[in-house]
Design a protein around this ligand. Sequence first.
Ligand code: SAM
Length: 243
Amino acid sequence: MFTDAAAAALYDLLNPWDPARHPADAFFTDLVMSADAVLDVGCGTGGMLHHARELGHRGRLVGLDPDPAALDRARRRADVEWVAGVAADAAWDREFDLAVMASNAFQCLVGDEELAASLAAIRGALRDGGRFAFDTRDPRARAWEEWTPSNAREVVDASGRTLRVSHRVEAVTGDVVTFTETISAGDGEVLRADRSSLRFLDVPALGAVLGEAGFEVEAQYGDRPGRPVSEAGRSILTIARRV
Ligand SMILES: C[S@@+](CC[C@H](N)C(=O)[O-])C[C@H]1O[C@@H](n2cnc3c(N)ncnc32)[C@H](O)[C@@H]1O
């Protein structure tokens, strides 16, 4: 009733890559523009790398994502390499200066084994001293408590129909939050429901998994680049370096 392609288009409608409005998008864009070869892990519909090309990035840009519908949208630009797969599939050997997981894609790495395998693959893809930058929601802000049907968003899609997007948390188990995203028509008819899980790691836990994977944390910021992680913040921006 609501295809994967429509869901990918809706993602772009709700989450356009926009450095002017979102400090994290500006943070990643600055890093990408100053790196020669960039791997975007969990690139989704490709907004970050599309934007980098539009800004004149002339180096190698590669996007990796397991979602075929998202990659189809990413492929609207042919001057970027688009690869299907999860982070743990990244088989490049020391080819990139920078790897990025933007828009909290890192939180999709839920299990310990998947997380370790993903970090090992990302590290392997980086040149010596290469950097891995990503954002995660700070668990102290308990963002999932706002993922309730009463906080649903309404949008009008490209064809002019009104869609309602709502969330309901199914379980909070340790640092993993499982929730359902429901897309409904204007009349309330449910068009699609997707269940997913996200992992919420705090600063010490991020340091531990990165250290075990052969990274050292070079810088860590809160909601805004340059500002420290704070108890009142919602986000953790991390730059880790391959050691
Ligand atoms: C919130 S979206 C972010 C997309 C994109 N980075 C952006 O900034 O718009 C998370 C993305 O991570 C991808 N993803 C999920 N599990 C993954 C995994 N194990 N490895 C790599 N990407 C994954 C999803 O397919 C999805 O496109």
